[in-house]
Ligand binder design. Structure first.
Ligand code: NBP
Length: 486
């Protein structure tokens, strides 16, 4: 074991999978790291198994841990989100002094981060909510880090976080996102986009598997090929790996022995709720969350299957009259188009959150720091950065000239795939709802006019007119005359 007698540059509290990997990453990059875990066994295991990787200062009490940190003290909390995080913040704040920095690297709800930052500021402690993406592998080898909190803390924290972050084209995947909850908000939306990205890949798989009748190994090869083009990304890469894997027990494709029920309790759900709170139609993310919820509705699903719900006249693939190769390419383009919508909506939500809280989040920063380390890392993010470089006030990502040009090539295949999915009787909720979102955005008239008429009819909610200023109400139950209300 290599233990430094000097004080630590940074400390990590919570040494489960994420915290211990993050501590090792700090140590491997030349930082002396103080480590502490509530149960001392984890601290001892870390030092025993990995102590030789760098300079660690282990402690078995929070007071010793804090005393081992150089000033201003910097401690990252990597414990379970919620009450555990609050408990550790209190312990650290009690043991620390003015100007020390407490960083929450867990997946906290951004409103909790805003509250905690306020509470800590009253005690002269700096509090930084930092989103950390990349799972356990990223924590060890280079995550994408999204710190919020006071700009002043970033000056102290920046270099040390840059020393462990993923690096793309010489640029570390970390930057100060904005004040208080900005980092955790952005991390939450990142995860929401991740849900949508995974779901569109799932829908593409479903269509190739049960529409075109391809085997998982064949589809793995298709995904591998897609990974060299516009869709080049970590998620496409690992999809090919998963689909290409065989279950050692049964010899069947692994994907066929995994229960088709996905969890959705965390950040994806929070993103969907935020979309509703801010009135931002993040349909792709919400559909992805609901698709997971539906997959886990075991009782309803089995009752629906046993209940022989009518399928209609589902068409078989041959009857659609398109070649398998054409269909595969159409599915690739539908996936690309739907993914573009998911990102466009995610960036809309970030803008809404940033405007509401005066965070001044720069979308170019996100497109830069998400290029490496995190789960949604992709070539595509370079294009997003270029789009916001060209026009930082872009009203929607899909209105960027490059993406508009791409959409011209994607739109017909996208429509064909949604039609095919419907005709085949295969669910494609994000492909279909993203296309509806796209068509809604470009429609010159929406049925909202009729909805306003209905609302005025039953609730006197009033309406505005296209041809005159003012607010109007119709005397529906009398002579249907129109009254100008203001
Ligand atoms: P867990 O979320 O499983 O939390 C386990 C850690 O929390 C242990 O160190 C445990 O200490 C500690 N802890 C608990 Br539980 N209650 C505590 C309390 N009251 N006081 C002090 N410590 C307490 O760990 P993880 O999976 O490493 O994740 C850490 C954070 O990182 C979470 O917020 C998670 O959402 C986030 N995150 C995880 C991933 C991932 O891929 N796993 C990715 C990105 C972010 P003990 O050993 O004494 O029980």
């Amino acid at each position: 074991m290599s233990e430094s007698t000097d004080q630590a540059h940074i400390g990590v509290v919570g040494l489960a999978v994420m915290g211990s990997n993050l501590a090792r990453n700090f140590a491997r990059n030349g930082n002396t790291v103080a480590v502490y875990n509530r149960s001392p066994e984890r601290t001892r295991a870390l030092i025993q198994d990995h102590g030789e990787e760098g300079n660690f200062i282990p402690s078995e009490s929070i007071e010793d841990f804090v005393a081992s940190l150089e000033r201003p003290r910097k401690a990252i909390i990597m414990v379970q989100a919620g009450a555990a995080t609050d408990a550790v913040i209190e312990q650290l704040a009690d043991a620390m002094d003015d100007g020390d920095i407490i960083i929450d690297g867990g997946n906290a709800l951004y409103t909790d981060t805003i509250r905690r930052e306020k509470e800590m500021a009253q005690r002269n402690r700096h509090f930084v909510g930092a989103g950390i993406s990349g799972g356990e592998e990223g924590a060890l080898n280079g995550p994408s880090i999204m710190p919020g909190g006071p700009a002043e803390s970033w000056k102290t924290l920046g270099p040390i976080l840059e020393s462990i972050a993923a690096v793309v084209d010489g640029v570390p995947c970390v930057t100060h996102i904005g004040p208080d909850g900005a980092g955790h908000f952005v991390k939450m939306v990142h995860n929401g986009i991740e849900y949508a990205d995974m779901q569109v890949i799932g829908e593409a798989y479903q269509l190739l598997r049960y529409g075109a009748g391809m085997e998982p190994a064949e589809i793995a090869a298709v995904f591998q090929e897609w990974n060299s083009g516009d869709l080049d990304s970590y998620l496409i890469e690992i999809t090919a790996e998963v689909l290409g894997t065989t279950d050692p027990d049964t010899g069947k494709p692994l994907v066929d022995v995994i229960l088709d029920a996905a969890g959705q309790k965390g950040t994806g759900r929070w993103t969907a709720i935020s979309g509703l709170d801010f009135g931002i139609p993040i349909t792709a993310i919400a559909e992805a969350v609901f698709a997971r919820a539906l997959s886990s509705s075991a009782d309803q699903r089995s009752a629906a299957q046993e209940g022989d719900l009518p399928a209609g006249t589902a068409v078989d693939f041959e009857a659609l009259g398109i070649s398998r190769e054409e269909f595969i390419e159409d599915v690739r383009r539908a996936l690309y188009a739907s993914k573009l919508i998911a990102y466009s909506q995610g960036f809309d939500l970030i803008k809404a959150g940033s405007d509401e809280h005066n965070w001044n989040v720069d979308p170019r920063d996100l497109a830069t720091i998400w290029r490496g380390g995190c789960i949604i890392r992709a070539k595509f993010l370079d294009r997003i950065r270029e789009a916001y470089d060209t026009n930082p006030q872009l009203p929607a990502l899909i209105l960027d000239p490059y993406f508009k040009h791409e959409l011209a090539d994607l739109i017909d295949p996208w429509r064909r795939v949604v039609i095919a999915a419907t005709q085949l009787g295969l669910p494609a909720p994000v492909f279909a709802s993203s296309l509806s979102y796209y068509d809604s955005l470009r429609a010159s008239r929406l049925p909202a006019a009729l909805v306003q008429g209905q609302r005025d009819f039953f609730g006197a909610h009033t309406f505005k007119r296209v041809d005159k200023e003012g607010t109007y109400h119709i005397e529906w139950s009398a002579d249907r005359s129109i009254t100008k209300m203001d």
